[in-house]
Write a protein that binds this ligand. Structure first.
Ligand code: AMP
Length: 625
């Protein structure tokens, strides 16, 4: 018989894996046309890796179990729960979160948190990429094939900077990230709740190690739509552990323990988590630690009921967020048809019971709550790799509003919170000053009205030919693609020519920067960014100085002498500083000049308006108004 392959056989589908990059653990799953399953490594063990990285003094790096074992011995050089730092600035982290990291957190140039390890610092993206690289390695050993493409999941609450940081981590690990999908969407896919006949509302309650998310999804005719999401990126099983550690320290402190000993704290943390997990199946347990200085063994008896009492406020907080999501979606708990549990902390019987009572129905617990997200990511990965679930359409919503800074520091929102994505919005702006040659477009995210209360995402500069105030027509387009990634473009219509736009994200990294990191020359990238910023600042300074001086000439006696003097002084100061190298000082002087020159801009604007009004018919004005 011939050994030739069947010419009618389907071409080999492309291998795309699903990755759950978790706060506590990370998993890889694969469907390959069949039912999704967690990938096994070369030794036949499931690829389920603790999300831990330890940087040894001698330069070696441990990832996963080995790093976790190292944690009590080298707490300051071992990173756990790195996901909480992804795409964040130091100011985004409360003191409670910062205290969780024994390693020193620092902030550089562009407000991204970095972790200090002796004489070097690393970014959360780099740490996450080490986890992804290890996942990739183990999966390849088990599958006997190269893994190059992946779908990675993120909490529904992740903002653009955090999604971009996740994407960057994937690239640094040598993975092509085909899609970033929300964890609740993945969990629903794993339960097969998106079938063609399926119809109804699903609540996905996800309580992991570090985050809580509640998502309400509507399933209809093979499509998923996120109705509302609510969550807290700083709430999870780690907090339960912390409560246990604190109460244990209190109880054991009476026996002469040094509560500030980092080795003891790390040991206690592990013992508290283990005790908590035992209490999910046992009614009582004993927490055991060894005092590192005296070598004395200490024991503390714990009952399930005590744990439940201690964690009740935490569970209440999750239920309050469930109520908020329902209110946002304009529905009652009784409208929910299915409840899906995700995350290791939903193994706790008390959590299951309270969630079941809240929604008035028993939650789905058939799949392992730790695996369900990775399994769902594998379903999506299989579709992207050419599987036959192609009819499945995933629709998500953007969790926060997105807008532009307008004159005076206010926010103009283009895409509102909970808008369905992909989404596109366009708006036209003009300039309040004459002869502007560079327009600063500041993209912000948040629900507040003032830029200072929102999160800065990116700054663009649009260069235009000089025109009188009010004449330029700048059309700005916001586009959120299926991955939840935001792209902003701007075009000045009147001049016809598409001006060149540079994007310098404040959070997240550009592709070129990621490449540089891969070559381990990140320090240069930072210097480049600083140099670039200096050039931009100098350009901006000279155009602002030019405009201010010309306006001073035009204003005549409409400007009070004291105001004129303040503007002249601010201009001189800016001129002197912009020859120097101190970007922050130039920026401050620019801001100061812009601020004192505001009445001047108004005077010139009023004059220009008065000019424009003269000789026009009143109805024309009304139509324009
Ligand atoms: P995840 O972020 O989804 O991997 O969830 C990890 C969290 O689930 C950690 O805080 C674990 O301590 C917790 N966890 C895992 N298994 C159990 C269990 N059987 N009972 C209680 N908590 C658990």
């Amino acid at each position: 018989m011939s050994q030739a392959t069947d010419p009618n056989a389907a071409p080999e589908r492309e291998l795309v894996v699903g990755i759950d990059l978790g706060t506590t653990n990370s998993l890889v799953a694969c469907a390959q046309g069949g039912a999704p399953a967690i990938v096994r490594d070369g030794a036949g063990r499931p690829v389920n890796l603790p999300s831990a990285v330890s940087f040894l003094e001698d330069g070696r790096v441990l990832v996963g179990e080995a790093a976790l074992e190292r944690a009590p011995l080298a707490p300051a050089r071992t990173l756990l729960s790195i996901k909480r730092l992804m795409g964040k600035g130091l100011a985004d982290l409360g003191p409670a979160v910062r205290r969780q990291y024994a390693a020193e957190l620092v902030e550089e140039e562009r407000q991204l948190v970095r972790v200090r390890l002796g004489d070097r610092t690393v970014t959360p993206q780099e740490v996450s990429s080490l986890i992804l690289r290890e996942l990739k390695r183990r999966a390849e050993e088990g599958l006997g094939r190269e893994v190059r493409k992946a779908v990675i999941t993120v909490p529904a609450y992740f903002d653009d900077a955090q999604r971009q940081a996740t994407r960057d981590a994937g690239r640094m690990a040598g993975l092509e990230v085909l899609r970033i999908i929300n964890e609740p969407t993945a969990a629903s896919l794993a339960y097969g709740l998106g079938g063609k006949e399926a119809e109804g509302v699903i609540a996905v309650y996800d309580l992991g190690g570090g985050t809580f998310d509640l998502s309400l999804l509507r399933v209809q005719a093979g499509t998923f739509r996120v109705l509302a999401t609510c969550g807290d990126t700083l709430l999870g099983g780690d907090d339960i552990d912390r409560i246990l550690v604190d109460s244990a320290l209190e109880a054991l402190g009476e026996r002469g323990l040094d509560a500030n000993d980092p080795r003891l704290r790390a040991q206690l943390r592990a013992a508290a988590e283990a005790a908590k997990i035992r209490l999910s199946t046992a009614e009582r347990t004993t927490l055991r630690v060894t005092d590192p200085t005296r070598g004395v063994h200490l024991e503390l008896d714990l009952e399930r009921r005590e744990l439940e009492r201690a964690m009740e406020p935490l569970v209440e907080r999750t239920l309050a967020l469930c109520a908020k999501a329902l209110a946002d979606a304009g529905m009652q708990a009784s409208a929910v048809d299915e409840v899906v549990l995700v995350g290791g902390s939903t193994r706790i019987p008390y959590v299951r019971e309270r969630v079941g009572t809240f929604f008035g129905r028993a939650p789905h617990t058939e799949l392992d709550p730790d695996e369900v997200v990775a399994l769902g990511a594998a379903v999506q990965a299989d579709i992207l790799g050419g599987g036959d679930g192609g009819e499945l359409l995933l629709l998500d919503v953007t969790p926060l509003s997105l807008g532009l800074e307008t004159y005076g520091g206010a926010v103009n929102k283009l895409i509102m919170a909970n808008a369905q994505i992909p989404a596109v919005a366009t708006e036209t702006f003009t300039t309040p000053k004459d002869d502007v040659t560079a327009i600063d477009l500041h993209v912000v995210q948040g629900e507040r009205e003032l830029v200072s209360d929102c999160r800065s995402l990116a700054r663009f500069k649009l260069k235009i030919p000089p025109m009188p105030a009010g004449l330029p027509k700048v059309e700005v387009t916001f586009l959120i693609d299926a991955d939840g990634i935001l792209r902003v473009s701007a075009i000045e219509e009147r001049s016809g020519a598409e001006a060149s736009i540079e994007v310098v994200p404040v959070h997240g990294l550009t592709e070129e920067e990621v490449d540089r990191i891969m070559e381990d020359s990140y320090e240069h990238a930072l210097a480049d960014v600083a140099a670039h910023r200096l050039i931009d600042l100098r350009n901006e300074s000279s155009s602002v100085l030019r405009a201010a001086r010309r306006a001073l000439g035009q204003a005549g006696d409409a400007l009070a002498p004291a105001q004129r003097q303040a503007i002249e002084e601010a201009a001189e100061r800016l001129e002197a500083l912009s020859a120097g190298e101190d970007g922050d000082a130039i920026k401050a002087a620019l801001d100061a000049l812009n601020q004192v020159a505001e009445p001047l801009a108004q005077i010139v604007l009023d004059r220009a308006l008065a000019e424009a009004v003269r000789g026009r018919r009143v109805d024309e004005l009304e139509v324009q108004g």
